[in-house]
Ligand binder design. Structure first.
Ligand code: PXG
Length: 460
């Protein structure tokens, strides 16, 4: 086929239907629905499809387009770098300017002590890298028994064998015979579902205690690390009570367990701080960075390594037999620098914390006050969830095990606002550049979609 001949939307959709296996998709069901919606443009918080419909992207792509679509500064950074040096690597005693500069910049932005960066292409690869680094570290420390990883139900850490094992998504474990041995899961700090009348701070401590109990059950001498997202994203925007993370710090310190903060969604301003670790006072040995590092313009991830681990790996580890062809690709690194520069110049981190984050939350609360389906609205910075229930008082769910969340999501999609349905909740994580008027529009469309869902259910 001539790859340059013009193809209309129908031809493209037909090709897609015949040849493209979509990620996280029931291909048979997609075909039965008539195939995929073709997206052709992005500008700011808006997408345009092949029919010319403008869609408000309340999910920033996949929680990643922090500075919004179509920013010329990022395109120009990539263009310049592609012409200057389209590729070189760091394997055999070489480096490149964007990589060196980005490593330095990340060390400056990260919490104190996380001063080394290892680059990869995706959050999944970064977490796999951490699994290898952690086990290598404990072997070097003469404690080869410390092998087990603890994480949370509803945690999402990626989709490779090890990162799926770290994750706590049951349907993913069901495919590929996972988790691998040595990966354990405990309850998440999911107050809405699990607190059962306990006050939030007491519940936060209870959820942290579940980690300690698992450590004691396995024996601290066998536990290598705990990994958690500061706020669990893909698992349903589970926002921990403030009591949770300080307890996790204490527990990891006391039992000599490494602490990994998976900042793939929370990083780069989403919570109104550069990193979720800063919002919650987490003292991690590792941070996983991806998505917002380039605002999704190009694939890039980084593992930030804390000094105590880095010093051991460097002083005693010899060669680390690990790295991807594109570990530290200069083009995405140049884009990441331009992206960070934009976030700084437009003071987006502060804007999320003091302006648009609280504004969007207030507007949701006003618009959905007393809505028969809404059990809770929670948010932090520009990430949040609306819990859908059958009975607002008892929090009883609708039958169908998450079907109602998907119904609401589909109404949103038809109303040209993108939100994610996760079990029976509707979640949002728009670009950090969302204006007040766009926030109003997003809330109005979400309200309409929830009304339509309620009507489908006979609740309105
Ligand atoms: N950690 C976290 C916290 C994530 O959210 C990953 C790791 C893996 O990153 P990569 O780059 O390998 O995808 C993620 C990714 C969704 C959705 O629909 C969420 C993610 C990816 C794709 C879809 O919510 N999160």
């Amino acid at each position: 086929m001539d790859t340059h001949s013009p193809l209309g939307p129908d031809a493209l959709k037909a090709l897609d239907g015949r040849h493209h296996l979509h990620p996280f998709t029931d291909t048979k069901a997609l075909a039965a629905e008539g195939g995929a919606r073709l997206i052709v443009r992005g500008e700011g918080v808006w997408l345009t499809d092949a029919d010319g419909q403008r869609i408000l992207d309340g999910m920033a792509g996949l929680w990643c387009v922090n500075v919004g679509y179509g920013r010329a500064e990022l395109a120009e950074a990539a263009h310049r770098q592609l012409l200057d040096l389209s590729f070189y690597h760091g394997f055999f005693k070489t480096t490149t300017e964007p990589v060196a500069r980005l490593a330095g910049k990340l060390a400056e932005l990260a919490p104190p002590g996380l001063s080394r960066a290892f680059f990869a292409n995706s959050g999944s690869e970064a977490n796999d890298t951490i699994v290898r680094m952690v086990r290598h570290y404990w072997n070097l420390k003469g404690r080869p028994g410390k092998k087990a990883f603890i994480s949370r139900t509803h945690g999402y850490h990626g989709t490779t064998m090890a990162s799926t094992s770290l994750g706590g998504i049951g349907v993913m474990h069901g495919q590929g015979d996972l988790p691998l041995p040595g990966f354990h899961h405990v309850m998440p700090p999911y107050a809405f579902d699990l607190a059962r009348g306990l006050d939030p701070e007491a519940f936060g401590r209870l959820a942290a205690r579940a980690v300690e109990e698992k450590i004691l059950e396995l024996g601290p001498e066998n536990v290598a690390a705990f990994i958690g997202e500061p706020i669990q994203g893909a698992g349903g925007v589970i926002i921990p009570p403030d009591s949770y993370w300080p307890e996790i710090n204490r527990i990891c310190r006391e039992h000599d367990i490494l602490l990994i903060a998976d900042e793939v969604i929370c990083g780069f301003g989403r919570l109104g701080h550069w990193f979720g670790s800063q919002r919650y006072g987490i003292e991690p040995d590792f941070m996983t960075l991806a998505k917002g590092i380039t605002s999704g313009y190009l694939p890039l991830s980084a593992v930030m390594v804390g000094d105590r681990v880095a010093e051991t790996l460097i002083e005693e580890g010899g060669e680390f037999y690990h790295g991807f062809t594109y570990s530290g690709h200069p083009v995405p690194c140049a884009v990441a620098l331009a992206n960070i520069d934009l976030i700084e110049r437009e003071t987006l981190v502060e804007r999320v914390r003091t302006d648009i984050g609280p504004y969007l939350r207030r507007r949701f609360e006003e618009a959905l006050e007393g809505h028969p389906l809404v059990g809770e609205i929670r948010s932090e910075g520009l990430i949040g969830a609306i819990e859908i229930v059958k009975d607002r008082r008892t929090r009883e769910r609708w039958p169908g095990d998450g079907k109602v969340g998907l119904m609401a999501r589909d109404h949103c999609f038809r109303n040209n606002v993108i939100m994610r349905g996760i079990r029976d909740s509707l979640v949002f994580a728009p670009p950090l550049t969302l204006s007040h008027a766009e926030a109003d529009e997003m809330v109005a469309r979400a309200r309409l979609s929830l009304d339509q869902t309620a009507r489908d259910l006979g609740a309105l």
